[in-house]
Design a protein around this ligand. Structure first.
Ligand code: G6P
Length: 610
């Protein structure tokens, strides 16, 4: 999704800005742009192509400057077109542009502000909500950009991170945030700003995280901050080591494939040689918190939500604590009944998802202070805002469709289940030892499933011509069926739905024809015979079944039943293994259909707007 980079230096900062944009590319965007102070003017270049194209444009124009801002845009208001790409200019009527601005987030009162500014004579050249901020700052400008930005943000409703340049103040860059992340990077005699520390990796590792309401004044080698009340404030400087080592594709065709195959390593790293279960794995205060709470509320979006749904089965069964799992964008606006004895768990790969962050804040505003996050980014807002945390060690995930982040989330959630069970005296020493043994063996078990790839490729060719698919699972494999369907629709654009198999005859069975492949997760668990009955219902109606069946399930291949034999049933951790085959299926179907696997249309990696 949208990304911001900015710099004030004594060298040409165009390469730094481009490098930052490239590091943010994986999040998904549809246009990009740069503005710099050059020869006494604000000059910009924008493109609806990739950052590499923008780079060529800049080289051709010999655009260089000491102070600048850059942006990748994921369209919300206004089509992905050059005139809607950031940076936006204002002051065009007064000769050259006076203000240049980039923005992440959504301004909710943009219509009202647009009407007001049009009445003052401002002419809009885009359909974006962002352009109103540029004109508003220009209107309020009276010789001090910092003051103009401070005044302008008083008028904004919604979420924003902005970076602003003024033609009359060539060595100054102003940033402000509310609801969208923004960081400051400190260099030697130069300062930087970005929506994510990752964008500044290789440039500086000295990072300050802005708080909501902060306005930052960046000048050569110095930064001054004011908080939401306009008071001078200092934010701690962190040394941040961002791992960017995912760039090399190695033998793989796409990052998604690479990330699927990295799962044994990612899960192993997430387990960190844990030899015993204890609450402190989740933070110093975890034991006390786990002792206090008597219910769990899980909040997440997308794939992370399905990790939460799986965890509900685990936590209720092993720790005997009631669990509610909610889609963050629903929870934040729902009139729910709060209970202060709730452990609020957010799950997020990025730790920056706007809806999940807002849902967390909403839960806290309702008096629920026991917060824990399962997150892949140690420096993210989610980790900073939660009392307790477990950091998954998936490494940077580039493919928009989440794979290794999901299985590492499940791994962490299983550890959480065991820790809760232990504190609630539901876990014997023998069970603890057994589960730890299974966890330690998990990377090897995943590797065995990855070896099934050639068989999955055979299936993928048959799927490529389909336009619909059903995914069935039961019990703790039902969320995995939904995750499998999500993966397929995200990257192959085949319409897919995940259903609990028992619901088949309450609706989806009406859709079953020869044209509808029915993917079935068939673990050898206590629901197997029930599942087999559901499969019969499909078979009897001419449906074609594609079954991922554990060894010893006695499900055999026939004309319309295709079976890929999984390894032995892996007990409570079986959902993790069944996820891997569904990832492979979605990946190879997408390849067969020739889609842009790592950057599926319209989707973003990190959804920082509502
Ligand atoms: C986007 C991504 C998904 C991800 C979801 C939640 O939709 O494309 O892969 O599951 O956001 O993201 P989070 O970072 O909070 O896990």
């Amino acid at each position: 999704m949208c990304g911001i980079v900015g710099a004030v230096a004594q060298r040409n900062i165009v390469p730094v800005l481009l490098e930052g944009l490239k590091r943010l590319e994986y999040r998904g965007y549809d246009s990009c742009g740069i503005a710099v102070h050059a020869e006494g003017q604000l000059q910009r270049a924008r493109s609806t192509q990739r950052v590499a194209e923008l780079e060529k444009q800049l080289q051709a124009a010999h655009l260089q400057g000491f102070t600048g801002i850059a942006h990748t845009r994921w369209a919300t208001h206004g089509a992905p077109a050059t005139h809607n790409a950031h940076p936006h200019f204002s002051g065009l009527g007064k000769g050259n542009a006076r203000i240049a601005l980039v923005h992440n987030g959504i301004i909710e009162n943009h219509d009202e502000l647009r009407t007001e500014l049009q009445a003052k004579g401002y002419v809009f050249e885009s359909q974006t909500d962002t352009e109103v901020i540029a004109h508003l700052i220009d209107y309020l400008y009276a010789g001090d950009l910092f003051v103009a930005v401070q005044q302008a943000i008083q008028r904004l409703r919604g979420a924003y991170a902005i970076a602003v340049l003024c033609q009359q103040e060539p060595h100054r860059l102003i940033g402000a945030r509310h609801g969208s992340p923004l960081v400051i990077g400190l260099g030697v005699n130069e300062t930087f700003l970005a929506s994510d520390a990752l964008a500044l990796a290789g440039t500086t590792d000295q990072i300050m995280y802005l708080e909501d309401g902060d306005v930052a004044d960046l000048q050569l080698g110095k930064v001054w901050l004011a908080d939401r009340y306009g008071q001078s404030v200092e934010r701690p400087v962190h040394t941040v080591h961002v791992h960017t080592g995912a760039a090399d594709l190695g033998p793989y065709r796409h990052y998604m494939q690479k990330e699927i195959f990295e799962q044994p390593r990612a899960v192993g790293d997430t387990l960190q040689d844990i030899n015993s279960i204890n609450a402190e794995l989740f933070g110093d205060q975890a034991y006390q918190v786990f002792k206090t709470i008597d219910r769990v509320l899980i909040l997440a979006c997308g794939t992370s939500y399905y990790a939460g749904l799986t965890a509900k089965y685990w936590i209720e069964s092993l720790a005997r604590i009631p669990v509610n799992v909610e889609i963050a964008s629903e929870y934040r606006y729902r009139d729910s009944v709060p209970d202060p004895r709730t452990l609020v768990v957010t799950i997020s790969q990025s730790g920056e998802t706007a809806d999940t962050l807002a849902a967390l804040k909403h839960a806290r505003s309702l008096g629920m202070e026991h917060t824990l996050t399962i997150c892949n980014v140690a420096t993210s807002a989610m980790v900073r805002e939660c009392k307790l945390a477990y950091i998954t060690r998936a490494g940077v995930e580039i493919g928009v469709a989440s794979t290794k982040a999901f299985t590492t989330q499940l791994t962490a959630l299983f550890l959480l289940t065991l820790a809760l069970a232990q504190v609630k005296e539901q876990l014997s020493a023998e069970q603890e030892a057994d589960y730890l043994k299974s966890l330690r063996h998990l990377p090897t078990a995943i590797a065995a499933v990855l070896a099934l790839e050639p068989q999955v490729i055979d299936w993928a060719d048959r799927f490529a011509s389909k336009e619909n698919a059903l995914f069935l699972g039961r019990g703790m494999h039902f969320p995995i069926a939904m995750e499998g369907a999500l993966k397929l629709k995200e990257i192959s654009y085949i319409h897919a739905e995940g259903y609990p198999a028992g619901e088949l005859k309450h609706g989806p069975l009406a859709l079953v024809t020869e044209a509808m492949p029915v993917v079935t997760i068939a673990p050898r668990d206590e629901l197997l015979e029930k599942l087999k009955s559901n499969m019969e219902e499909v078979h009897a109606r001419g449906g074609e079944l594609y079954v991922f069946a554990d060894a010893d399930t006695r499900i055999s291949s026939s004309e319309k039943i295709h079976v890929i034999r999984m390894p032995e049933h892996y007990g409570k951790l079986s959902p993790i293994l069944h996820t891997v085959t569904l990832q492979l299926l979605a990946y190879h179907v997408a390849c067969a259909r020739g889609t842009d696997v790592d950057k599926p249309r319209n989707l973003a990696k990190s959804v920082t707007v509502e």
